[in-house]
Design a protein around this ligand. Structure first.
Ligand SMILES: [Zn+2]
Ligand SMILES: [Zn+2]
Length: 99
């Protein structure tokens, strides 16, 4: 005789919800799992973009990675870092060797 309370309990659970991407106006699912993940991460806002657009944005970001020049061997490489003027940057190889 506990089925009624079971089905009614909503605490801590999320329901799949449909959102509209602000980039392409497409509807996408903000799944219960994602909502939980977002809450866990402490995000206040729902995702504004659909997974496709999010992926595209990430790829674009990768393209915009900073071109750096290794302070040791002079080789050019890419890194997604904030270059601070006084800090020398190294390519992966040199970085590995310094360890
Ligand atoms: Zn989209
Ligand atoms: Zn190097």
């Amino acid at each position: 005789m506990r089925s009624e309370t079971e089905s009614r309990s909503q605490s801590g659970t999320f329901e799949d919800k449909e959102l509209i991407c602000k980039e392409c106006d497409k509807r996408f699912l903000f799944s219960a799992k994602e909502q939980e993940f977002f809450k866990h991460k402490g995000f206040q806002h729902e995702p504004a973009r659909c997974p496709d657009c999010r992926k595209q944005k990430r790829q674009q970001l990768e393209k915009e990675m900073t071109q750096i020049k290794c302070a040791k061997c002079g080789k050019e490489t890419k890194a997604l870092i904030d270059i601070k003027k006084d800090v020398p940057v190294y390519c992966r190889d040199c970085f590995e060797k310094m360890k």
